[in-house]
Design a protein around this ligand. Sequence first.
Ligand SMILES: [Mg+2]
Length: 272
Amino acid sequence: MVSIPPDLLDNREAISRVLQEQPAGLFLDIDGTLAPLHPDPTAVTITAAVRQAIASLSERMEVVVLSGRATADSRGIVGSDAVTYVGNHGSEWLRDGQESVLAVAREFVPRMHQIASDALVRFVDWPGVYVEDKGPSISIHYRTVADRPAAAAAIGRFIDEHPAAVGLRHSDGKLVKEVRPPIDINKGTAVATVVEERGLRAAAMLGDDTTDVDAFRAVARMRDAGRIQGLSIGVLSAGTPGEVLEAADYSLADTNAVERLLVWLADLGGQG
Ligand SMILES: [Mg+2]
């Protein structure tokens, strides 16, 4: 049994101390972090308080939203142009109004599209299975399916047996299966890129799922190397993966606690 890291709301000085180091970066996942996991991924929204806190924080630090979603989708949810959006787990960027897909990821778009089209046909009669074609990657969600184990097995089999998916990365998230390019691009490489390019001396990362662990590890690596002050925060839910608990320095109980933290951080700057 993995133990739960200490609650960050009880140890707020840990993050305020890190973010005092300038320039600082605040790295945020969306689903399960800024917003509760929703049965319908297209219906996710963040609260006005979170939106406002992010806008305020982005005036004094680098705020980066890292998601498995496409960047345009993340931009629509968070609603700020002062934020850097990294989508598709690191392969798609929206920054200063400029959108780009890393060339190494772009070449996989036609294969992903082929798999997504076939998945739509394969699961058309399976209520609740939702196929998301995100360009350089695919997500197949089964959150609202009645028989989740059966859906997980069928989706897993479909991906494993699809000729175009051979050699691609197959991964499991919370009630979602994903197909990604077999390239070493992930939320961790994205964090390291921003730290490098913007010369950051501090980084705090909030996330809830397995793909966030790459970012947690990148933060720890740069911290251990003496490159930055760093902190990783795992946001808890009923199905928090053990590796999130293992890699996080602190935890937050749920997305409400994330909101409280962000509002507190934003207010802190107003007083300073
Ligand atoms: Mg998440």
